[in-house]
Design a protein. Structure first.
Length: 493
């Protein structure tokens, strides 16, 4: 009898918790107007993750996610019946391939009804569910639980639920919504497994809730990822249940750029080949489309210049390094700058025990990211957790064992990143760099145009010019100077 009574009490407690959660959800939905759909508009800004938003208003990258790119005429519609979400806006962007020429663009982001299915990948649907309206819809349908929490000096009722889809590790995702004493949803957070950021914290903060002519909406929306700025909106108008909800935010015309578009084709096959550059020095490549690395043999260890743009490439380069130079550890990996296509292989090198060499402006970002738990992932660093260690470059750093010398320099100011660094092997006259691409027959782009005066000031006597982005043919100082001179001649016209 006693066991039956205890079970009845437990069942009643669970029922009360569920009822409390349902009450909290209903009260919050009522406070938000029990809308079936909502649209809001204003001005926004975003950034390409791990990069910066250099744009017509601000050309100079000062750090990771600084500046962000302005989005004008921003409009978002959330259709809870779908459920679906779309947003659009206009941008002024700098060009591709190192150009800072300004060109208009279209911001576009969507969550389709298929993506909003919580059994589908969480990364595709969370932009709907981290909105207050989407969160409450998900909470009502997915057995939310409720508890209390104090955040930044404010008391909240916290609703928690999980989508049906699981992380790669098999762990459940979690999403929390923070409801204040006025039943407004002030914060929504979740986590997503990310290559560099590990269990990346995604937080959306909604502040300045007010009545926009019959509908409640926040005046300010700020989303961070991994603690870094990612997306912001200043809301100037909102409308509940617009009659044209299905067509309010049309998809952009084919070929127009914008967030949320399709990803490029898959990575090339990782058939690693090597080019011997000197005694104990090799360039590792996978051919066209490759992100190349250079390995340098010292007496007691190996240094890898760049880790590749993915963990798979990093592991492939580690294997080739061990084949070419057996029985020596990879003690160091040099990172040219913190953009995602130049950091993707770092988890493999951290798992290998390598120390990351990077410009000091990048240390906090990379240290915070790579030392975040990886419980949602199954990659090599999740399986073999190690603390990421760093040695930083201020303006110059030299590694030498008495015979081999590698010099590293901070290259600044340049438009691309405030944390760009190059590596120079003086004996072999090799310059290795990340994103200063030279195309035969073309004038130097803005990045190369900024680099050449820096190289001249440093008086680096290089011949071979190696880019992380694989060149079709070997390049030399003469190629760089020809491109630079073409640029200078063009500027004088």
């Amino acid at each position: 009898m006693r066991n039956v009574a205890v079970a009845a009490i437990c069942f009643a407690s669970v029922g009360a918790m569920a009822q409390d959660a349902n009450t909290v959800i209903a009260n919050a939905q009522k406070a938000l107007g029990d809308v079936k759909s909502i649209t809001y508009s204003g001005t926004a800004k975003d950034v390409a993750f791990q990069q910066c938003g250099a744009n017509a208003a601000d050309m100079q990258c000062r750090g990771t996610h600084d500046p962000m790119r302005p989005i004008n005429n921003y409009v978002r519609v959330i259709d809870l019946a779908g459920p679906a979400s779309r947003a659009t806006g206009s941008t002024m962007n700098i060009g591709a391939g190192g150009s800072t020429t300004v060109a208009p663009g279209t911001f576009f982001q969507q969550v389709t009804p298929q993506q909003a299915d919580v059994s589908q990948p969480w990364g595709n649907s969370l932009e709907l569910y981290i909105t207050p309206w989407g969160f409450l819809k998900g909470a009502a349908a997915n057995n939310a639980t409720v508890n209390k929490k104090r955040v930044e000096g404010k008391n909240y009722t916290v609703l928690t639920w999980s989508p049906a889809v699981k992380a790669a590790s098999g762990k459940s995702y979690t999403i929390n919504g923070y409801v204040d004493d006025k039943n407004m949803v002030d914060r929504v957070e979740t986590w997503l497994g990310e290559n560099i950021m590990g269990d990346m914290h995604i937080l959306a903060v909604y502040s300045g809730w007010k009545d926009f002519g019959g509908v409640m909406a926040p005046a300010k929306i700020v989303q961070t990822r991994g603690g870094w700025p990612f997306f912001e909106v200043d809301v100037t108008s909102a409308k509940a249940n617009p009659p044209d909800v299905a067509t309010l935010v049309p998809a952009p015309a084919a070929g127009r750029g914008g967030a949320g578009g399709g990803a490029p084709g898959g990575p090339p096959a990782l058939n690693v080949t090597s080019e011997k550059l000197g005694d104990g020095i090799y360039r590792l490549t996978t051919g066209p489309g490759s992100y190349d690395s250079v390995i340098v043999e010292f007496k007691d260890y190996i240094m890898m210049l760049e880790a590749g743009q993915s963990i798979a490439r990093g592991q492939a380069y580690i294997a080739e390094t061990k084949r070419l130079i057996p029985n020596k550890p990879i003690r160091y990996v040099f990172n040219t700058h913190p953009h995602s296509d130049h950091t993707g292989g770092l988890p493999a090198l951290v798992a290998e025990g390598a120390i990351i060499i990077t410009q000091k402006n990048n240390e906090k970002f990379l240290s915070d990211a790579l030392n975040t738990p990886r419980t949602l992932l199954t990659d090599v660093l999740a399986q073999n957790p190690k603390k990421a260690k760093f040695e930083t470059i201020d303006e110059k750093k030299v590694y030498s064992d008495g015979t081999r010398v590698v010099e590293m320099y901070h290259t600044w100011p340049v438009p691309h990143s405030n944390g760009l660094a190059i590596a120079f092997l003086p004996k072999e006259k090799i310059l290795f760099q990340g994103d200063f691409s030279v195309n035969p027959g073309e004038a130097a782009n803005d990045h190369v145009n900024a680099l050449v005066p820096i190289l001249q000031r440093l008086n680096l006597d290089y011949d071979r010019y190696i880019n992380v982005h694989a060149s079709a043919a070997p390049q030399h100082k003469a190629d760089v100077m020809k491109a630079y001179e073409m640029r200078q001649a063009s500027a004088k016209k």
